[in-house]
Design a protein around this ligand. Structure first.
Ligand code: ZN
Length: 147
């Protein structure tokens, strides 16, 4: 288990140092800002939604290693997914980091955050990007392009 934990730690560190999709999308049609006052994490999530599908996603912001790595892995995981799939993954991810899940089965790389459940104060860091994405997907109906 300690080997696995070391591997998880390594993945989180890698994604926090070199976050994937760390950019504002020029052609996004949804975005939202998130802030976690407990830790000072700030994030903006950009989504290009085509119908019901997330065709592109990026983020910018600054925060702790957990929040940055979580946002990075979120964008990697959700690109190409439907809104329903995103909702389902968020529910599973939330269970995982709050210790109610099944240990990350079916979460793929997102399982690296299983250790967060031992640090309740970190749960908000790990879920910030997800909450922000949810708000981006639910809001801003008025700015959606009809093209
Ligand atoms: Zn944080």
């Amino acid at each position: 288990m300690s080997d696995l934990r070391a591997l998880y730690q390594e993945v989180i560190l890698d994604h926090s140092k070199r976050p994937r999709n760390f950019r504002a999308l020029a052609d996004s049609n949804r975005h939202a800002e998130g802030y976690n006052p407990l830790c000072g994490d700030r994030i903006t999530v950009y989504v290009k939604l085509d119908g019901d599908r997330i065709v592109d996603i990026g983020f910018q912001g600054s925060g702790c290693a957990i929040s940055t790595a979580s946002a990075s892995l979120l964008t990697e995981t959700l690109k190409g997914k439907s809104r329903a799939e995103a909702d389902e993954l968020f529910a599973k991810f939330h269970d995982l980091v709050t210790g109610q899940g099944n240990g990350g089965v079916s979460l793929g790389k997102l399982a690296v955050f299983s250790g967060v459940s031992e640090f309740p104060v970190r749960v908000k860091c790990a879920t910030l990007a997800w909450h922000t994405l949810k708000s981006a997907l639910e809001g801003e109906e008025k700015t959606v392009s009809t093209e």
